[in-house]
Design a protein around this ligand. Structure first.
Ligand code: PGA
Length: 233
């Protein structure tokens, strides 16, 4: 299994020129790394920058930070403000983050809407990264999803207290949660860790806590730091 390193830029940066600057530096840095066959890097910028990066991805993949659950033209596409899974796929996205705790908190996303988003993403051939904070969120989010679709499903354990706080989860607790989540899903899928990951702690979450990859927020906007994280893999 390849180690998966996902950059979640969240609602940053403010301008396209800054987005291009970060993207170019990350691309240069990642391209230079030797022996990167065992690592897959995914960059998830805000929707508005995706098309600018479409033809520039070489050693890494593009991802989105959210997706709508309907598949227009069903419903006539009358869903103002939404972005469908087909649109993302046609734009060259391979991945999508779903159910991030910030979306649950600020946009009142529920297990039910997250479940619908997961289905839309998987049905349209996107790899879906389902973020969870508690083991209990898994069952409802995966309701009705066929086992054969699990091959494109990735879980990300992101304890809320660790997100954007500079206080990562302890390796011991993360390792335990990884084990419990694995037991709960009963199938061999990738499980990532996210929450205050940096170049100092990244390797421990993989080597000691045995995750298959990382979801990186703040540190992914600092190209040098992000490339360092990829290098430690
Ligand atoms: P952080 O964010 O690395 O800034 O803590 C991680 C995330 O929210 O995915």
């Amino acid at each position: 299994m390849k180690t998966l390193i996902v950059a979640n830029w969240k609602c940053n940066p403010t301008t396209l020129s800054e987005a291009k600057r970060i993207f170019d530096l990350v691309k240069k840095g990642v391209d230079k790394i030797e022996n990167k066959k065992k690592v897959e890097v995914v960059v998830c910028p805000p929707f508005v920058y995706l098309s600018s990066f479409k033809f520039q991805v070489s050693s890494f993949k593009l991802g989105a930070q959210d997706v709508f659950w309907e598949n227009p033209p069903a419903g006539g596409g009358a869903f103002t403000g939404e972005i469908s899974a087909k649109m993302l796929k046609n734009l060259g996205c391979g991945y999508v983050i779903i159910g991030h705790s910030e979306r649950r908190k600020y946009f009142k996303e529920t297990d039910e809407t997250i479940n619908k988003k997961l289905k839309a993403a998987l049905e349209n051939g996107l790899k879906a990264i389902l973020c969870i904070d508690k083991k209990s969120q898994i069952k409802n989010a995966l309701k009705g999803i066929a086992k054969k679709q699990f091959k494109n499903l990735i879980l990300a354990y992101e304890p809320v207290f660790a997100i954007g706080t500079g206080k990562p989860c302890s390796i011991e607790k993360a390792r335990k949660m990884n084990f419990l989540i694995r037991k709960a899903v009963k199938i061999n899928i990738k499980i990532l860790y996210g929450g205050s990951v940096n170049s100092q702690n990244a390797a421990d979450f993989i080597k000691k806590a045995k995750f298959h990859g990382l979801l990186v927020g703040g540190a992914s906007l600092k190209p040098k730091e992000f490339v360092k994280i990829v290098k430690t893999m």
